[in-house]
Write a protein that binds this ligand. Sequence first.
Ligand code: P70
Length: 474
Amino acid sequence: MSTDDGTPAQRTRSWAEPFKIKMVEPLKMTTRAEREVAIREAGYNTFLLRSEDVYIDLLTDSGTNAMSDRQWAGMMLGDEAYAGSRNFYHLEAAVQELYGYRHLVPTHQGRGAEHILSKIMISPGDVVPGNMYFTTTRLHQELAGGTFVDVIIDEAHDPEHLHPFKGNVDLDKLGALIERVGAGQIAYVSLAGTVNMAGGQPVSMANIRSVRELCVRHGIRLFLDATRLVENAFFIQEREPGFAEQSIAQILHEFCSYADGAWMSAKKDNLVNIGGWLAVNADDLFEGLRNLIVVYEGLHTYGGLAGRDMEALAIGIEESVQDDHVRSRIGQVRYLGELLTDWEIPIVQPVGGHAIFLDARRFYPHIPQDEFPAQTLASELYLDSGIRSMERGIASAGRDATSGDHNRPKLELTRLTIPRRVYTQAHMDVVAESVKAVHDVRAATRGLRMTYEPKYLRFFQARFERLQANAVRG
Ligand code: P70
């Protein structure tokens, strides 16, 4: 821990936010009767609620971060030139310094980068191994003609397993896949830090070193989903022998050095409200990306972002790797996790970087997966207190591209995602109390039926209705 050069006893002292609050945004409280109407009109899908009807918004940590005074000052220094904006060069320098890649293109957000990378790297019929799927990542791989294959360790699918690096790749699974399809058919290996769908679970440095070695041996490229890689570095610093004395920035840099490039949803770790980027080392690859970016995003020196957004992002990158920031960010997530664990609420363990994941299978053992237990839990939480969470279960997993049947993931989770630098510890107390209230009446709760299902990424806009009216509570 870089800021704490003291004894182990001092390390156990409380953390606090390394900032004070300069501007506030009032929150709106609603009544249960108002929420009944709002959630029904939203088709029991928290994505379809109006944010005005939400009290504490834990839908996502994406684009919901609070920017610093330095970032806001940077917004005033936007160079809105079409080409060669000064802010682009600041952004490029920040990514080169902290992530270590030579070439950069900005994108409007993470999926813009996923789209371009998938188009360049994947040929129809290719296979893309990765450490658990992510919704947008997998869809872009599929739209480019690829097939995603999950090579994460089995422990990642078990919400109760206490493995310290549940995001790790299973090298035997990856090796067997390469044997089976041949290295020529593997587009690249796709590795995410603090794996979102597994509960924000980290990848160890030892694991990425081994994955790198395997890839080099077979001439396969390795790309990182860097969206929450700073948070991944924190877990390496805390849990992996030999890293306790290194800074988050040093660990991040080494981790990135094992990959050929990375894509980023800057709306998470990088502390901005919008933005993304794609960075690589190889000149030929960059040539291709830079060309395609002008087709889909914008000129290669803005890629869909305003100059001011690139400036806020360049500053956000610097702030995001500060050890005190990361420690308090993850400290807050853990605080909520500890409250829920004390009350024996089933959550994914160990607690990951960006969210608490409620285990809806154990929360509602009487609701079958086809009746959307995690979606049900998200709507019950909203009804109880106005807190907004997100389904990460069968609705998110979509349908099998060949059979058309639901994908039925082992993990049926409801995510309470904590935005960075936004809420206080008292908000976390209120959230925990609401989860407990919903848990106390769980036996009376019934599931949902899907009444409308969009073709792509159905969870965003799907609509549901209640299977049976739930018992009215006071
Ligand atoms: C979330 C957000 C975005 C994301 C991510 C990882 C590991 C790429 C992206 C895409 C937003 C979201 C996206 C899909 C479904 C639900 C929510 N995750 N890789 O809340 O980045 O959103 O900037 O295009 O987590 O987890 P972007």
